[in-house]
Design a protein around this ligand. Sequence first.
Ligand code: UDP
Length: 423
Amino acid sequence: MLQLVNVGHKSLGDYRTLVTRGLMEEIKRLAEPLAGARVVHVSATAFGGGVAEINYTLVPLMADAGLDVEWRIIHGSEEFYNVTKAMHNALQGDPRSLSSEDVEIFARYNAQNAADFAESDYDFVIIHDPQPAAMIDAFPQRTAKWIWRGHIDFSTPNQDVFDILLPSLRHYDASIFHMREYAPRADGLGRVVIWPPAIDPLQPKNMALSPEDAAYIIDQFGIDVERPLLTQVSRFDPWKDPLGVIDAYRDVKRRFPEVQLALIGSMAHDDPEGWEYYNRTVEHAGGDPDIYILSNMNNVGGVEVNAFQVHSDALLQKSTKEGFGLTVTEALWKARPVVAGRVGGIVAQIDNGETGWLVDSPAECAEACIEILRDPAEARLRALKGKEYVRTHFLTPRLLRDWLVLFNQLAGRDTGASDIISV
Ligand code: UDP
């Protein structure tokens, strides 16, 4: 069998004070007819990336709701991951295609993993992302309902590569995408469902942290906790625009000379592109002692990211292209003013002028920061609305509820829930 991931235990009861009673009751009602339903999540990795982040909370909560749920990881090797990385990029628009050898490798690994998978053991099989998407081809006599969860933007795929995947995707009973715009334009896909991802409000990165504890933590990094601080948490990647953030900060500094900037990004040892852009960012900062460029290499983990978010006067996510933008969700959840690029999933999260600031340039980003520093009380009101929006839309119990609605619908039960969007 495919390797099982140990997710430990979580209790839905712990989330009771964080979401509405109505939602908790709905989860209970939807879970009742699904008691004991056998569910398996299948993905390529249990570490790093959005799927892992979500599943470590979602899977134990599904179990606590009464489902018999597992999470399994497919077998792979370098030759397979090279192909799936190229496929991932192509599905998001990279013009490079796959060779016939690549296609053969993809099919072979999917067939091998399918041979190690007992589909008749399950009522619902959830396949995450493209890597294991073709396993379904090995089960023409399926007894489970198969669901494909796409976590990337399929709105402008490289058509050659998408066509390799499409025959498999057509076998699924349902496919799920983050946003309507991200669903591929293709016939014969079965049910297409849209729902956004969610964050876990109880994990170290998002749990409640007092201002004193947050200040204590960031003081360790040399930041002056008495002076204003702007922070962006992001990979060092051109689309996250750290250079534009530095330009905006310089504008702000002309009006508020005391302001400091923290750029926090996780670095992988094996990601040369990330290092190259990190170096460009350091160079652009030009040795300014008020710019702090930090990463996991400086021991900035979940709690530290939380502390920076809680302590900052404004949180930036000045992306020029974005998938969903979980950093924005996390920032809004801390009830701090958020200034973010008007792109991708960010526009689904921030209502400009109501719950945060959407910007199109470093100059607009600077203007928004200046407005926030000038009138923190007014900015705080907006930030509090942003937090409430996250509470009702982007916390894991809502995601659990959406899954329960879909399971019931696929089992032919009318749930009375009309607000998961089918297109
Ligand atoms: N993240 C982190 N430490 C860092 C940078 C990023 O923990 O130094 C996390 C961040 O908190 C978020 C995720 O990585 O949970 C990034 O997700 P997002 O959707 O914002 O962007 P992506 O990197 O997937 O494009």
